[in-house]
Design a protein around this ligand. Structure first.
Ligand SMILES: [Zn+2]
Length: 140
């Protein structure tokens, strides 16, 4: 049965992505690290995007990150987002290196966001899905 379009779409929880979503349910953000070249990255893959070796392990992120870039959506991306506008989607750089696309939440004024500002992990359960998101480490 198709999911109600007013709800967030379910994530890909196939074997490659499942560890990520299982960790989120446990309140953690995890990323992959290559055991061959030490590259750390997201989203999960079957092989390292740098050296193409399949020798990968999942590691837990500290939850500390900085803001690389962001956009504020004033028009909803789809049906499930209509009640959410305006909302902010950013690229954050985890302390461990991976870049991660995330909602930036708990932002009273998106105009006050700044490049490189410190962020911290906030896992929210939204439409039944545990989703790693980020909020400013210092309120803005
Ligand atoms: Zn590698």
């Amino acid at each position: 049965m198709d999911r109600d379009p007013s709800l967030l779409p379910l994530p890909d929880d196939g074997p490659v992505q499942r560890p990520f979503w299982d960790a989120a349910k446990d309140g953690k953000l995890v990323f992959q690290r290559c055991q061959n070249c030490n590259h750390a990255f997201l989203p999960g893959r079957e092989e390292c995007p740098r050296c193409l070796k399949p020798d990968l392990v999942w590691e837990e992120a500290s939850g500390r990150a900085t803001l690389y870039s962001w956009v504020v959506y004033y028009r909803p991306y789809g049906e499930a987002y209509k009640s959410r506008v305006p909302y902010t989607v950013g690229i954050v750089v985890l302390e461990e290196g991976p870049r991660f696309a995330s909602n930036i939440v708990d932002v009273a004024d998106p105009e006050a966001l700044e490049i490189d500002q410190p962020l911290e992990l906030k896992i929210e359960v939204d439409d039944g899905i545990a989703i790693p998101r980020f909020k400013p480490a210092v309120a803005v």
